[in-house]
Design a binder for this molecule. Sequence first.
Ligand SMILES: NC(=O)c1ccc[n+]([C@@H]2O[C@H](COP(=O)([O-])OP(=O)(O)OC[C@H]3O[C@@H](n4cnc5c(N)ncnc54)[C@H](O)[C@@H]3O)[C@@H](O)[C@H]2O)c1
Length: 417
Amino acid sequence: MTHEKPNRRDFLRTGLAGAAGAAAIGSNLTIMAQEAKGANERLGVGFIGVGGRCQSHINIVNGFQKQGLTEPVAVCDVYRPRLEAASKKCGGAKMYRAHEELLADPRVDLVCIATPDRHHAPQAIDAVNAGKDVYCEKPLTHWDQFALAKDLEAAATTNGKIVQVGTQYMADENYAKVSAMVKDGIIGTPVHAQLGYFRRGDWGERMTIPDANAKPGPDLDWERFLGDAPKVDFSVSRFFQWRLFWDYAGGPATDLLVHTFTPVFCLLGLDFPERVFGAGGCFQYDREVPDQCNIIADYKDGPSVVMMNSLSNYTGIETKIRGTNGIIILTGDGIRIVPIDPKTNKETDEIRMKWNGMGDTSKLWKNLLDCVKTREQPFSPISAAVRVQAPLSMGIIGHRENKVVKFDPGTKELVLS
Ligand SMILES: NC(=O)c1ccc[n+]([C@@H]2O[C@H](COP(=O)([O-])OP(=O)(O)OC[C@H]3O[C@@H](n4cnc5c(N)ncnc54)[C@H](O)[C@@H]3O)[C@@H](O)[C@H]2O)c1
């Protein structure tokens, strides 16, 4: 057994199994595009969806601008007040109402997508087809768009484009080391994992309505907000508080559990699950999506992954990965690996690693900027995100339909049973 530090390529081979091939195809095309741009030129960044979350992204990109790495050149939103404020914050960046127009702007090399969930995949597909690399907020897609997640992986691969998916818990190099150790058997065969996300509040209080009189017209494009969602009459709550509605959001699974599940997925080198159970309900708040959400995802020959969530209380659980011969625990400080000697059944000396970037969005960005140059796959690649999306979508669908959802490995489709 070796505990040597794996390099980035090893991580892709181990932690992000199955996913790894995505990078290679089409990379020549991309390298040519980069050469045309010039290795030392600033990357032009375009922001699509400049609401709450995007403010952090703009701050980060403005920071990298001071280091000569980036230049915010364009912004896009369907709501004029936010569009104008974002343009100002980006030093007068060009404003677009339609993302297709932003993507046609030759000064844009890289796009940041921070629209509501439904738009992530369609806009990211358009972006990679337009020759742009992408920072795409989590979740990869809305819960009922799993087919689009696969389409995006295919489009990114064909076009040789880098897609960093915005789960900032992935911004830590320790995962690469631990993933390699798991592959080498440090805890035996992983058979069980638990993870969760806990907090208090329904999100309505975090998504305030800035203008109760807002209505569709020149300042607000309701049709573009809806995208491929069911056509319904305008409502200020749906527009500003979209997280509360099934049509635009999936509740805690795709909003929160995606953060804590993605590192576990990568540490274990998982692929698609075999079957998924979803449970929970809306027991405390006045909203459509659940405020308590539990998902169990079974993988062929293990592990069984238990995901827990409550929006009633911050008291949570530690992330733990149990193997036949040891356990990995993700704590507030870092990662603990506790092997068990199978001869004595006793715990042996544990290994501890302090967090080094976990949760740091600017580190995820820096990693993306590096990968745009090297064409290596980033910390949080599309290939992992598609496979993370599967059990989350399956858990939501199973809960809604009161059924177990299976993954068909042949067709790669989700099947109700
Ligand atoms: N990684 C994280 O920690 C984190 C934190 C918060 C939000 N997010 C993700 O970021 C995304 C946005 O969340 P938010 O809280 O910023 O929401 P928000 O409503 O504050 O911002 C979304 C913006 O997108 C705009 N928009 C809607 N449809 C559009 C379209 N078709 N084209 C262009 N713009 C459009 C809206 O007008 C709004 O300004 C969500 O998917 C969410 O899951 C991630």
